[in-house]
Design a protein. Structure first.
Length: 187
């Protein structure tokens, strides 16, 4: 449940983060799961089921490509509806603008400095990647920035499947950024 801070790269990308102070011992996996809202639980279960089914479908021959593409589209529609529901749920904590994320941690902008060493319950919403999760993170570094301050946080307690989703999302964002930079070729 603890991410190695040097294990994953991170990518610049805007997202929403809701932070609230967290005191006491780190939660167990079961306790962390219970911190999820109903919407977060549904989205997480859908993502796990989707990954399992798509893996099985990919093992079929090329004739199944149209079916796989159709199912991906259906899955994306369900994810979008769940994200809409999540966006309208009440949230714990204060909203921060996320600037960077990866499998080891994330960076947020804040008007007032966060305190290094402080632990927070964090709920991350990465809309473009249809990803939402709850974790416990620790503020590891705070520096002045154009928006006031940039706070770097490392995961202290996070579900393994959420780390996998963050890694996939960071790779997807990186791929999109590289495609956007690539000059258009003229035939």
């Amino acid at each position: 449940m603890l991410a190695d801070p040097d294990a994953y790269f991170s990518v610049n990308h805007d997202f929403s983060a809701y932070l609230s102070p967290f005191e006491g011992p780190l939660p167990t996996e079961l306790q962390l799961m219970s911190m999820r809202s109903v919407g977060l639980q549904l989205l997480s279960e859908v993502k796990v089921l989707e990954a399992s089914c798509l893996l099985q479908l990919r093992q079929l021959d090329n004739d199944a490509k149209a079916v796989v593409d159709y199912l991906k589209l259906q899955s994306r529609k369900v994810d979008m509806v769940l994200h809409y529901v999540l966006e309208n749920e009440s949230r714990d904590g204060s909203r921060y603008q996320g600037r960077r994320f990866g499998g080891s941690g994330f960076v947020v902008s804040s008007e007032a400095p966060l305190t290094p060493g402080e632990q927070v319950k964090a709920t991350l919403y990465i809309r473009d990647e249809l990803l939402a999760l709850v974790c416990i993170a620790e503020v590891t570094r705070v520096e002045p920035s154009d928006e006031g301050f940039a706070a770097e946080l490392e995961y202290r307690c996070i579900m393994e499947e959420d780390v996998e989703q963050l890694v996939k999302a960071s790779l997807s964002v990186q791929q999109k950024q590289l495609k956007a930079r690539k000059p258009l070729s003229h035939n």
